[in-house]
Design a protein around this ligand. Structure first.
Ligand SMILES: [Zn+2]
Length: 396
């Protein structure tokens, strides 16, 4: 082809990022890595406090005094524990998840609705995980040291519900989804859906921008009930059609290749490994926390179990984000072949530079990035353009 250089084109795009904006993005992104570590330490501290207060013993004994079955004690202990945890960590969450987003200009949601929404999510999580814990504690009582093998079946079901079904339920709680309004964007979206062989009424506009100023589109749901949501921010900020086509085609890739199902399987597998790790480390952790009297089958020991689990989750998070990067890469390649918009893809990626530093080190990308870096994604789009000369934007 005549002189199109993928590397030079990539460098040109990256040069167009304002240096001040890039510096803020780096500060935001690297600060977020440290926040993972501080969050772990604070969670462990909150767990330790709840253990020392013997809060869950009181819940357990209170429930058992009413001669209700131990199942209810497990449900109540875990739900109360998670709610107490949320309350203790609320000041930290306000800093890390609200004030910080505001200070970087990534959110404009007022504090009170933010807390109200967080409380609703915490309540649902407490009920959901309380329900998850009930069969797990029953299995610990019944099957002794083999409990974690049987519990893996429970984890598979809950990973599917949490990742594939949950966002649909929560999305409808906080956001209203409308059909894409008539106009050039709708025409482009319908054409892409037709080319990909999916129903175009599965692509909607969501008002998620009231919670975030981010420029996003997402897939929620699973086979038969999946939906692609475009944030109204994306339409409002005057995206050009090549960008819209690139972004929607990427999301169609997630939809068609069932990426959420794949990620749910990865989470379920790691969750099973996590249960095994919890089983092995629980006695040591209970001793370290000053509560050697607690056994793993006692729901009052849920905070010690949580300590083991959150540590395991942080240590294995590079595996999860690597799986996420793999499916994102797959969606990028699908999107390029469907929409044929490498330049549109590059321009849409440049819009995301504020919340994901564009050129992380290889180690940083491997450990922390749930999407390939912007530099890598633009590079691949330009490589694609180099081997498909003169076809850009061509409707099929
Ligand atoms: Zn994606």
């Amino acid at each position: 082809m005549t002189g199109f250089e993928a590397a030079a084109a990539t460098a040109e795009y990256l040069r167009s990022i304002d240096p001040g904006r890039e510096a803020r993005a780096i500060a935001y992104t690297q600060g977020a890595h440290w926040i993972l570590l501080w969050a772990l330490l604070l969670k462990i501290l909150a767990d330790w406090l709840i253990l020392r207060m013997r809060l869950l013993e009181r819940v357990r004994d209170g429930v058992q005094r009413t001669r209700l079955r131990p199942k209810l004690a497990a449900f109540c202990c875990v739900s109360v524990f998670l709610l107490a945890n949320w309350v203790i960590l609320l000041p930290w969450a306000i800093y890390a998840e609200w004030a910080r987003e505001i200070s970087y200009g990534l959110s404009s949601q007022p504090l009170v609705p933010w807390i109200a929404q967080g409380a609703i999510v915490a309540l649902f999580a407490a009920l959901f995980l309380g329900l998850l814990a009930t069969p797990v504690y029953a299995l610990i009582r019944r099957s002794g040291r083999r409990w974690w093998r049987w519990s893996s079946l429970v984890v598979v079901v809950f990973a599917f519900v949490g990742i594939v079904v949950g966002p649909v339920a929560f999305g409808s709680l906080f956001n209203t989804a409308k059909p894409v309004p008539a106009g050039p964007v709708r025409t482009a979206v319908v054409a892409l859906a037709r080319d990909a062989g999916i129903p175009s009424d599965r692509i909607v506009v969501s008002n998620s921008a009231s919670q975030t100023n981010r420029y996003t589109a997402t897939v929620v749901g699973g086979p038969g009930f999946a939906t692609i949501e475009l944030s109204d921010e994306m339409l409002r900020s005057g995206a050009d059609l090549a960008e819209v086509r690139a972004v929607v085609a990427h999301e169609i890739g997630h939809y068609v290749h069932h990426h959420l199902m794949i990620l749910a399987l990865v989470v379920a597998f790691l969750g099973t490994c996590g249960l095994w790790a919890v089983d092995r480390t629980f006695p040591y952790i209970a001793r370290l926390a000053g509560r050697p009297d607690l056994s793993i089958g006692d729901p009052a020991g849920a905070p010690a179990l949580h300590m083991a689990l959150v540590t395991f989750m942080l240590l294995t998070s590079p595996i999860i984000v690597t799986a996420q990067r793999a499916v994102e890469n797959d969606a990028d390649m699908f999107g390029l072949s469907l929409a044929n918009e490498p330049s549109g893809a590059a321009r849409s990626l440049l819009r995301t530079v504020d919340f994901r530093a564009s050129r992380p080190s290889a180690l940083e990308e491997t450990l922390f990035y749930d999407h390939p870096s912007i530099a890598h994604r633009i590079e691949r789009a330009m490589q694609w353009k180099a081997v498909h000369p003169g076809q850009e934007g061509a409707l099929r």
